[in-house]
Design a protein around this ligand. Structure first.
Ligand code: B12
Length: 269
């Protein structure tokens, strides 16, 4: 089984799960599980962030992680375009991508893990196992991180770099969603066109800062107010979501920082 087979598997799941209704064609990237960057995330993100080996061993004790397969799902044009004119909340089309497109993305993760495991390569989808993303009392930013950051994983795999909004800017822009699995299958990793620079592709134009209704984005990368962003989503967007969007029990984010910005659907140059 090689990279071409993996790309085909992801593309088939993209169609089969219905993700194609919410996203454009996936772009697949591969990282080596022993890339030293994964070790650095213990300090960059926190000690509870798993290495690929730790994530795999939770499910398959004794298995040796070889590759991390990461995919970029660019948000469909209709959701992006409707969100461009919004100033406070996500358009209904964008909110549906978050609520229902992500369910398809979850299904892509679990099916990829099952298919590769069935083929003899134990594989796990760590995002589906991580439970430490939600804020601790007092919105302590240090505790407000996941044990498996899809953005950092995609960064290692060569998919893109972080912007002022903290969104990952890829060749398909920042209006994307990400998924990944860790596997024992050995695959040729992608090279990172940006080396190890986490912010290489952001021009710092400030368009996302001006778009942010929660005033949670600053002029420096380190200025981003993560609890402020989350508070805006939870306190401002969630209370009347059933009335506005027609459904409950799924997270909402405005994502204004991801639309009507120069990096929306392409890497800015
Ligand atoms: C928790 C979470 C949220 C929370 C909190 C968001 C926040 N303010 O951080 C809430 C619910 C509010 C939320 C909202 C949204 N989210 Co969200 N969320 C997550 C989740 C589950 C975990 C994120 C996490 O903990 N990351 C780890 C922390 C440490 O990352 P960080 O602080 O941003 O990292 C910084 C530092 O590490 C720094 N850095 C410093 N030094 C170094 C050195 C190196 C070498 C590197 C690499 C980095 C680095 O770089 C980063 C940027 O500053 C992920 C899914 C996942 N499992 O990854 C999705 C995810 C990040 N969300 C996503 C999206 C799309 C959204 C929304 C747009 C939702 C929507 N409506 O569409 C909004 C927008 C918020 C925003 N500006 O990012 C996408 C991101 C897509 C992208 N282009 O990046 C993800 C990956 C989900 C997915 N399946 O695709 N989200």
């Amino acid at each position: 089984m090689n990279r071409t087979d993996i790309v085909k598997m992801v593309e088939r799941l993209y169609t089969a799960t219905g993700a194609a209704a919410f996203f454009e064609q996936p772009d697949v990237k591969i990282a080596a599980a022993d890339d030293p960057l994964f070790g650095r995330f213990k300090t960059v993100i926190g000690p509870r962030h798993w290495t690929p080996q730790e994530a795999l061993e939770r499910k398959f004790p004794g298995a040796v992680a070889k590759s991390v397969i990461s995919w970029v799902l660019p948000v469909c044009r209709r959701a992006r375009e409707t969100n461009r004119t919004e100033t406070e909340r996500p358009s209904i089309e964008w909110a549906a991508v978050r609520s229902f497109g992500e369910i398809m993305n979850e299904e892509m993760r679990s099916q990829m893990a099952a298919l590769l495991t069935e083929a003899g390569f134990p594989t796990t989808a760590p995002h589906l196992d991580q439970r430490e993303v939600y804020p601790a009392p007092g919105w302590d930013v240090k505790n407000f991180t996941s044990s498996w950051s899809e953005r950092h994983v995609a960064f290692v795999a060569g998919a893109g770099t972080f912007g002022l909004s903290a969104g990952l800017i890829t060749e398909h822009g920042v209006a994307i969603r990400l998924g990944s699995v860790v596997t024992t299958l050995e695959l040729e990793p992608n090279t990172r066109p940006y080396g190890d620079d986490p912010f290489a592709w952001c021009t710092r134009c400030g368009a996302c800062r001006r778009r942010c209704p929660g005033h949670a984005i600053g002029e420096e990368f380190s200025d981003r107010d993560k609890p402020g962003c989350a508070r805006y989503c939870v306190e401002k967007l969630s209370p009347d979501r059933a009335q506005r969007y027609g459904w409950l029990n799924r997270a909402l984010g405005c994502a204004l920082c991801q639309t009507a910005v120069p990096c929306e659907y392409q890497r800015p140059r």
